[in-house]
Write a protein that binds this ligand. Structure first.
Ligand code: AMP
Ligand code: ZN
Length: 304
């Protein structure tokens, strides 16, 4: 049995994750959720100085926003759309017949005006744009959402539905770059506080297809994405638990976000993969949270 399968099997055996028969789609135990909540709270404590505006969206967004965001250009393979039954009585009967016969019943499902959120910050940009020009100091938001990516895998760290906590900054290039620099430091401090080994490296998004190859190279050359990596499945292929992204004026241009003096706004985000951090904690400190090292328990649970 490979190491990946065995970590997942242990998580199932202890009930920390609940198997559904679909790769990357898992239930979570109370203990697992508590670890996520405590880490999320630690992120909030570390980020409190920013006085970020808290916004929470459901794990889906308007299809129109999704189309305009450009996601389909870069990651068509990862997208998830919401389809629904839109038929009459006759269509209903046909559907039930298909289900009963074990045939494909999904052909009649029609695309709705909703798609699944691929990253917590995607529904934010149109909302920022709608408010008009940014204030002098720019804006900072605090987001968290379940995100969908169609990437089934036997690695527990690669899920199809997982939570992403984010801080997003929009403003001048200087404001946004300073934010990303600061979070690259704070992110390392945060992960050190919970006793995990890590490295930070330049990275690229998994842009699709032939055109994507160029985009990956450009993103790396311009150092637009960094990741904080923790060994979870293996030492050789550590897992990206935090990402630090500088989008330049991509979302500013796409959505018409303007700085206080009328320039196209820049954006950056720091993303915390909450399930990945939790899995890294279980991998390094053991599956029994009561046995975790005292400083780690202290950082997450305080002195309770
Ligand atoms: P990204 O937008 O790809 O940089 O993702 C932000 C963060 O979400 C990453 O740093 C990961 O920690 C987490 N993440 C990305 N994809 C997955 C996945 N398939 N399963 C679990 N966590 C993920
Ligand atoms: Zn983001």
């Amino acid at each position: 049995m490979d190491q990946q399968a065995s970590l997942l099997d242990k998580l199932f055996a202890t009930g920390l994750l609940v198997e559904t028969g679909v790769q990357g789609l898992y239930g979570r135990s109370g203990v697992f959720e508590d670890v996520i909540a405590r880490f999320d709270a630690l992120v909030s404590r570390l980020g409190a100085f920013q006085k970020a505006e808290v916004l929470r969206f459901p794990p889906a967004m308007p299809r129109a926003w999704f189309e305009r965001s450009g996601y389909l250009k870069s990651f068509p393979n990862l997208a998830g759309t919401v389809h629904a039954f839109c038929g009459n009585d006759q269509d209903h009967a046909a559907l039930l017949e298909c289900v009963a016969a074990g045939d494909d019943w999904t052909g009649g499902q029609k695309a709705t005006d909703i798609v699944l959120t691929p990253a917590a910050c995607y529904p934010l940009y149109p909302v920022i744009a709608r408010r008009g020009a940014l204030p002098e100091g720019g804006v900072t938001f605090d987001l968290q959402s379940y995100c969908f990516r169609r990437e089934p895998s036997s690695e527990p760290t690669r899920q199809q539905l997982f939570r992403m906590r984010e801080y997003v900054r929009s403003g001048t290039p200087e404001q946004v770059q300073a934010f990303r620099e600061e979070w690259m430091d704070l992110g390392q401090k945060l992960i050190a506080m919970v006793g995990l080994p890590f490295t930070v490296d330049v990275a690229n998004d998994p842009f699709f297809g032939r055109a994507g190859r160029m985009m990956k190279m450009t993103q790396r050359e311009q150092a637009l994405k960094f990741e904080l990596l923790v060994p979870v499945n293996s030492e050789e292929n550590p897992t990206a638990c935090l990402s630090f992204n500088y989008h330049q004026d991509h979302f500013g241009k796409t959505w018409g976000i303007e700085t206080a003096d009328g320039a196209v706004a820049h954006t950056a985000c720091v993303g915390f993969g909450l399930e990945r951090v939790a899995l890294a904690l279980f991998r390094h400190h053991g599956l029994d949270v009561t046995e975790w090292p005292a400083p780690v328990r202290e950082a997450l649970w305080g002195t309770e």
